[in-house]
Design a binder for this molecule. Sequence first.
Ligand code: GTP
Length: 598
Amino acid sequence: MDASRIRNFCIIAHVDHGKSTLADRLLERTGTLSSRQMVDQVLDQMELERERGITIKLTAVTMEYTARDGSRYLLNLIDTPGHVDFSYEVSRSLAACEGALLVVDASQGVEAQTLANFLLALDHGLEIVPVINKIDLPNARPDEVAQEIEETLGLEAASALRISAKTGQGVDEVLEAIVRQIPPPRGDSAGPLRALIFDSHFDSYRGVVAYVRVVDGQIQVGDRIRLMSSGQEYETDGLWVFRPALVPVDRLDAGQVGAITAGIKEIRHARVGDTVTSAARPAAEPLPGYRPPLPMVFSGLYPVDSEEYPRLRDSLERLRLNDAALSFEPESSAALGFGFRCGFLGLLHMDIVQERLEREFDLELVTTAPSVAYRVKLRGGREATVHNPAEWPDPGSIEAVLEPYVRATIVTPGDYVGPVMELCQERRGQFVGMEYPVPSRAVVTYDLPLAEILLDFYDRLKSVTRGYASLDYRYIEHREGDLVKLDVLINGRPVDALSCIVHRDKAYHRGRRLVERLKELIPRQLFEVPIQAAIGSRVIARETLRALRKDVLAKCYGGDVTRKRKLLERQREGKRRMKQLGVVEVPQEAFMAVLRID
Ligand code: GTP
């Protein structure tokens, strides 16, 4: 089809403002899927999966639409992941589009992710169509929200569409706006092939399915392709479009959105953001903006049962087939034995991986508190990256330490500005700016150490604003900080997996709270156990776990066998997640205690 009849767009919104509901309505209105078919379609796909082992992920869909001008258009809707952990992926999805629908809830107004996504879309030069959703709600205030959009985002909002994705009211106008306001793709259809990978997944039957936006040139089945970041070459064995199931086609032209399969065995070889070109006639330059995924949060994963180590390694390798952002390397800990130091994009990504390992692979894990990547400048000009406190260099050899900072945007009702600023200050935030786009609402910007956000920052923010504030943040740079390593000694032995890196000013307080918390979490033993916090050789806090004669059957005078068994079983249950540290047993919670200390 003529590129002038193609529109590539995405929907950006704060969580829960109605992105998925609007997408469903668009599919319905264009007859791509009726609600009845939605069910059938899903079943079809499952059948397909059963027969040929193809897994399908709906991250893009092509709709056919006959506009009021009588012409037929192809509308490609590209999904964007919503969470801040995946901001780079969001940015690649945006790079595949010419326009974006910016959905704002008529009862909630502009929130932190609305702002953050809007700024990203603006960066990519997208045409932005504001859409005020949920006007059917009794507490909808579309006029105010329109004013807010105008003042916060500088978009002309008097003409903003006012819709209800739920009832369908106004949705036809959205389709017309896509055709009229969003420009058709520009690109050099005669030039060498350049296609942007904006998403990908691993399919056990076809290998990697790379979702692409063809920017220049064209690609046909059988063409040899080259991935520009690695130089690796493959032969295209399939080209697909999303209808919304994958339908095979012979070629994809400039402006089009589709998928390429080429027998690529690992997702790392066809990463999001990479450019696909032709091996025979390669493009001189890749499309701008490629970045290898940058892990920001690190944590040690150890099997509770050390015999499970090989299975943990296999499971991580399996996960990595489908998750280009997951990194891991073997690590050993004096306290926990053999495990892996894993790198994640953020906390959500970390949770997802840990949960999948436990659920899908049935592994029992002890995870250490997450840490960030510090850049440590050593005397003599060397520099080391440390993402495991246990590898912290000798303090005497350290010249300076740099830690990752994020820029955080917090949108809050005006009444809570005080507590929000207090919280940010307490977390070593550096004030950047504040605006009141409308009198009732403030946008507060701070630069914060990422390490301070890993602690319970989001929970605290929600609690000091009674749930009203929203938060978005992005990594900006590493900055210098006065950081020290806080060690924990249990029964006189340093427990490497409990060490953490803290700001010097907070070390005393943190050490104090940490030993108190550990005292609560570690069950009493048959002997007295000292718990100490130390910086270098200086002990800064100490608690003592009193001795206990731990005989669970003591209370069970004689008789009842079932009751005895129950008690013994309960004791065994309690033991499951413990690690034997020397002679002391330490439960999983203790390793995460570092996190929940204010
Ligand atoms: P995530 O998928 O979590 O990012 O959220 P989303 O932005 O996709 O929102 P979703 O479409 O899941 O909608 C969130 C909630 O709002 C759901 O309970 C919807 O039923 C509801 N909702 C969406 N649009 C409307 C609307 O126009 N009116 C009303 N009353 N509710 C709506």
